[in-house]
Design a protein around this ligand. Structure first.
Ligand code: SF4
Length: 430
């Protein structure tokens, strides 16, 4: 990967020394401890790491980090080549009301802070149409967890408009966007029941819920999820598993730096892998880093440093294997995000040319042209994708509903990426 590249000429906003060090690793197995070799050798031979082998990666010494990044890059190259995808999207925060309280969240609001409670259908369509004009293909619906269970105002608003639940309203606006615009909905409304997902899958090409972490310990008093029952790992795993049973292309991931141990991170990745081995539906795994925000319970909590994220990304690739789609959101590591290309990722996630990241409003997405430039500088090719990954477009596999297949096919090229490629967004074709 990227052999022959030097750090000279790279955009100077991130550590060229660090890039050079990562590029200079030739043999990832040299100078490794025996324990690390016992995990890395089978991974490089294409074997699925056992839990015991995966746990050996916990022993990675600081001077072994570049080697595991190199091994992860080799695996990524085997499965994905040099293609790195992103999804041109609009972010639609259908409601910022939420029944839960996570220790790090600034997205959630209560009715006093959000007097309009829900976006109206007209507001949803306005955002979607603005994105359509700029070539967006994804309508990302992100919203708080079942606010009607906490706030009578939310319940009343829904009843007044003819819905019993927020998820019923999500179903309606997803269909509206699908019918009235060229965008494809991806619903991210928190935990969902089987019945809710059976409805939503007709009008969402994919859905998602972050696992965040498999450890129940984080839900104990004093933990970030103490007041967020929807974040209980059993509830999250049940939603992800049900999506697998229903053959819904599904996005999940882990949130790092919220008080979990490294072992709990590895166990979370193993849990995601196990569900994917069983059902084959995990279309992407996001490795998201915690950002400390003012006016939250965790405002004073330290954020994970770049090397911590690099290690986690590389470990994710070694555990999940060459074929997995692994994503790091570039806006949450604005200075150093290109580094993660050298630790095994192959996706930048949703990037919006018009809407902010409402979950991290302080962290703007990079311009698509900048993302493209930085991706190319390291020898990769940026390709726009739909909210459903190329691997899930074949209808005979049962991942796309009949009504969505023709629509999706008409939007994609022979590789399953958005027709017209990156040129639609940045004005060049390669
Ligand atoms: S992170 Fe999600 S579930 Fe937690 S408080 Fe915020 S909106 Fe609610």
């Amino acid at each position: 990967m990227a052999s022959g590249l030097s750090s000279k000429g790279l955009t100077a906003t991130y550590g060229t020394d660090r890039i050079a060090a990562l590029l200079n690793v030739n043999d990832p197995l040299r100078h490794l401890s025996d324990g690390m070799k016992r995990a890395m050798e089978p991974a490089l031979e294409g074997k699925v790491l056992s839990k015991e082998q995966a746990h050996m990666l916990l022993g990675c010494a600081p001077d072994e980090l570049d080697s595991i990044c190199k091994a992860a890059s080799i695996l990524r190259d085997r499965g994905k080549g040099h293609d790195v995808s992103f999804s041109p999207k609009v972010f639609i925060p259908l409601t910022m009301l939420c029944r839960d309280f996570c220790g790090y969240c600034t997205f959630r609001q209560d009715p006093a802070q959000a007097p309009h409670l829900y976006m109206t259908p007209e507001e949803v369509l306005e955002v979607a149409r603005a994105g359509e004009r700029l070539g967006c293909t994804e309508a990302l619906f992100t919203l708080g967890e079942r606010p009607e269970q906490r706030y009578p105002e939310a319940k009343e608003w829904l009843q007044r408009h003819g819905y019993k639940t927020t998820l019923e309203y999500l179903l309606y606006v997803s269909r509206l966007v699908l019918d009235e615009t060229s965008l494809l909905p991806h619903g991210n409304p928190g935990t969902m029941s089987r019945r809710e997902m059976e409805g939503l899958r007709d009008v969402n090409v994919s859905m998602g819920v972050m696992l965040e972490n498999i450890s129940q310990r984080l839900c104990e008093p004093g933990g970030p999820h103490e007041l967020a029952p929807s974040k209980y790992p059993r509830a999250r795993m049940k939603t992800i598993e049900t999506a697998g049973k229903l053959k819904i292309p599904f996005t999940t991931g882990i949130l790092i730096g919220i008080g979990e141990t490294l072992e709990e991170r590895v166990d979370s990745l193993l849990a995601i892998r196990e569900l994917h081995q069983r059902y084959g539906h995990i279309q992407e795994v996001i490795i998201q880093n915690f950002r400390a925000k003012p006016n939250t319970a965790m405002s004073g909590h330290s954020e994970p440093v770049a090397d911590d994220l690099l290690w986690t990304v590389a470990v994710a690739r070694l555990i999940l294997g060459p074929e997995a789609n692994i994503q790091v959101p570039p806006n949450l590591s604005a200075r150093e995000y290109p580094l993660f290309l050298l630790a095994g990722i192959n996706d930048w996630g949703g990037i919006s040319p018009i809407t902010i990241d409402y979950v991290n409003p302080e962290a703007p997405w990079p311009q698509i042209a900048t993302l493209d430039k930085k991706t190319r500088e390291l020898g990769f090719v940026l390709r726009p994708r739909l909210p459903v990954y190329p691997e899930y477009l074949d209808s005979k596999d049962g991942y796309l509903r009949d009504g969505l297949e023709g629509r999706v096919k008409s939007m994609t090229d022979e590789d399953g990426y958005v027709k017209g490629g990156i040129g639609r967004y940045v004005g060049h074709t390669s």
